[in-house]
Design a protein around this ligand. Structure first.
Ligand code: NAD
Length: 506
């Protein structure tokens, strides 16, 4: 069994895609109680690829009745203890087999992810598949190393503080990293002994369904992990309103995150953990000697995944003295990010997820131009003949902090550059945002790096780097970027209840 994804340049991805579609396309049926099923009323929706508009197949359009069946199967599985009562070491083995199966099916999963939402297949394999497997394996590995607590009480009593699985977790995830976002919920929720009902985005349903099949093959009992594809206002709403769901692990837009809190208030006050949008600020100071490295790193992080990353460094604050150098180096780096066919192994920048997202991105580019920002790179839709949705890497200079391209999440390959005079102004501009997901400071002064990192209101602050990432560290935001944290041991807090048991000692 391989322990790393296969090299992509030896695979003919176009031929594999053609074979998949000749064979009837991916299976879009739901997975409930261990079986693939159509939606109860037989309704489905057509899924097209953003790469070229090709129809991929029909996907079950789950409604409240289907969600109810999935929640009932998850509840039954939880209540009879077929998973929750297994020893932690046994759950660990299943999750590790699950991770191995993800790696073994890496080519297939990477192809599905790329066809479904437009990212380069090489990235889907090297990043998405690898990270999904690592996440599942890591939480599996962790679960038999966690101890509970005995409180320092008076001798007359003994107080045990234990963690218990919550029950049924609803996971609602977006389309930009479909597998990884699912794994960030599945890893800690399943390892802790919960059952899960996963609602993938209607824009990227296929890999979630395949993951659930692989989990069954790995030995996860029926009913523990269910997948209900469908639309947000139908399947998503039904899951978030369900009275027998104990917590919602949500990743998506801040707009939908607000709704999650409303649904909880209107139903059973289920826990809601929101991982939401961002407009992450980068601060490049003139005491950063290697401005070119800063520019290369930031441009790479900005254009990776077509700019469709919650933590994309889309708000770049540059000290005026080094702004021209910075912009020249960004332009040089952007030359490596020309949009290409996502199934070509060399492609770095693929297709935006759909026509709506294309319209949103082009709309923001238009707003930036109309507001007087200077578009110094890109700005256009390209590859129209393909039938897909592609936008050039785009950079705006002389962006004012009040412009929409400085304040709102664009979710496309668009970087806004603002110039600042001194440190106080840089920190003020960086914190002037409703979001607080990530930030990055570029300076060779140790004092300044620490001072500014401390002043920034963000869940993660990078210093002289961006995008360094590991499953061992929490991921999440301040302010309207959400609450709770995915990844790391802290994620167990979201999917476990703390119980205190008092025992009187005579
Ligand atoms: P979205 O909010 O439109 O959808 C996310 C999920 O919620 C989808 O499954 C969707 O079907 C569902 N949904 C939509 N409306 C719903 C409703 N009324 N009721 C219930 N469910 C509903 O977000 P998106 O466009 O899929 O994803 C992009 C957003 O996700 C961006 O804002 C991005 O920053 C954010 N994101 C955040 C993180 C993070 O960790 N903080 C990671 C990735 C993406």
């Amino acid at each position: 069994m391989p322990d790393t994804p296969a090299p992509t340049d030896v695979i003919d991805w176009h031929a594999r895609a053609a074979a998949l579609l000749r064979g009837g396309g991916p299976d879009g049926r739901a997975l409930v109680n261990g079986r693939r099923v159509a939606s109860t009323d037989g309704a489905s929706f057509d899924k097209h690829s953003p790469i070229d508009g090709r129809r991929l197949g029909a996907v079950a359009r789950c409604q409240a009745v289907d969600v109810a069946a999935a929640v009932a199967s998850a509840r039954a599985a939880f209540d009879d203890g077929r998973w929750a009562h297994q020893a932690p070491a046994a759950r660990k083995q299943v999750l590790q087999r699950f991770a191995q199966k993800v790696l073994a099916a890496g080519d297939e999963l990477a192809l599905l992810e790329s066809l479904d939402m437009g990212k380069p297949v090489a990235h889907a394999l090297a990043v998405d598949v690898a990270s999904t497997a690592r996440t599942l394996a890591w939480y599996g590995e962790a679960i038999d190393k966690l101890y509970d607590e005995v409180a320092p009480t008076p001798r007359s009593g003994l107080a045990l503080i234990t963690r218990e699985p919550m029950g049924v977790i609803g996971a609602i995830v977006p389309w930009n990293y479909p597998m990884i976002m699912a794994a960030w919920k599945l890893g800690p929720a399943l390892a802790a002994g919960n059952s899960v009902v996963l609602k993938p985005s209607e824009k990227s349903p296929y890999t979630a369904l395949r993951l659930a099949e692989l989990a069954l093959e790995a030995g996860l009992p029926d009913g523990v992990f269910n997948v209900v594809p469908g639309f947000g206002h139908e399947a998503g709403e039904a899951l978030a309103l369900h009275l027998d769901v104990d917590a919602i692990g949500f990743t998506g837009s801040t707009r939908t995150g607000r709704r999650m809190l409303e649904y909880a208030g209107r139903s059973n006050l289920k826990r809601v953990y929101n991982e939401l949008g961002g407009k992450s600020a980068v601060l490049v100071f003139d005491d950063c000697a290697d401005v070119e490295r800063a520019a290369r790193t930031i441009a790479g992080s900005m254009f990776f995944n077509q700019g469709e990353s919650c933590n994309a460094p889309s708000r770049v604050l540059v000290q005026a003295q080094v702004a021209e150098r910075f912009l020249a180096a960004v332009a040089a780096e952007a030359a490596h990010w020309a949009p290409g066919h996502p199934l070509d192994a060399a492609t770095q920048l693929g297709a935006l997820v759909d026509a709506t997202q294309l319209g949103t991105v082009l709309g923001y580019i238009g707003q930036g131009q109309a507001a007087g920002a200077r578009c110094v790179l890109g700005g256009r839709q390209v590859r129209q003949d393909s039938g897909g949705f592609y936008v050039e890497p785009t950079v705006f200079d002389q962006v004012a902090p009040t412009m929409s391209i400085a304040r709102e999440e664009i979710f496309g390959p668009v970087m806004s550059v603002l110039r600042f005079a001194d440190e106080a102004e840089a920190v003020r501009l960086a914190n002037d945002s409703p979001y607080g997901l990530q930030a990055s400071v570029w300076s060779d002064s140790l004092n300044r790096a620490h001072r500014v990192a401390r002043a920034l209101r963000a869940g993660t602050v990078h210093v002289n780097q961006y995008d360094e990432d590991d499953i061992t560290v929490p991921f999440g935001g301040f302010r309207q970027s959400g609450n709770g944290r995915d990844k790391s041991l802290h994620a167990f807090d979201k999917y476990t209840e703390l119980k205190t048991t008092w025992i009187r000692l005579d």
